[in-house]
Design a protein around this ligand. Sequence first.
Ligand code: SAH
Length: 253
Amino acid sequence: MQRYFIPPERLVSGKAVIEGDDARHLALVMRARIGDRIVVSDGRGRTVLAEIAELDKTKVTATVIEPLPADAEPAVHVWIAQSLPKGDKMETVIQKCTEIGATRIIPFLSERTVVRYNPPAEEKRLQRWRKIAKEAAEQAHRDKVPEIEAPMTWKQLLQAASDADAALFCYERENGRTLGEQLKYLFSRKAEKPVRTVLIVVGPEGGFTEREVKEAEAAGIVPVSMGRRILRAETAGMVGLACVLYEAGEMGG
Ligand code: SAH
């Protein structure tokens, strides 16, 4: 069933009000009719079944029938920090990581980031990324839309890392520690504290510099290998994310 995210203030008093592009989509693309049922979520974990009561292409009002269990969200929160890749690859990262189950996506700038960073155009790009996340979350039947942060500097990212229970960075030249071993340890009883939030840091096309590797380690971010094959920057985050969720028992068993 079609699912729509709306701001929490539009899901009150037993009514859901859908406006803007989503109303247009419902009326014109889905050709919805009065009486049709839809799933509406406030993007923060509250999801309901609702029946369309009024509609035109600018506004759809639906009556809440019943709350639905919000059970599509993983218990382990994975944050993906991705050094800004070239072209529109960040869009792919956001779309796919949202489907797989990321909770927060943090683009960042590192020494070998090749894309130009142009602050006046950033706000528009950020809005676009957030729209992609919302649509991917709807399509994936999630109950929450992941947070998409404005690009951070490397320093800001190192600081943000301390908010996660565990922080790992994918480093293709690491030949001791593997992601698999590290995750088995983190999710075992041997870990010092229960791990609810895991940050995975992925480098740019050109990889991390030696200096960044040292700084990350000094900030408590653990380097891990994901095997002998070198993944493209935009692939590495999705793979790391899927591995964390698998090890946490969140990929269907
Ligand atoms: N320039 C490097 C590859 C960079 S790959 C080279 O050609 O050697 C881009 C990013 O993906 C890396 O910074 C790293 O974070 C991640 N990555 C790719 N393959 C990986 C692997 N096998 N193990 C761990 N991280 C990997």
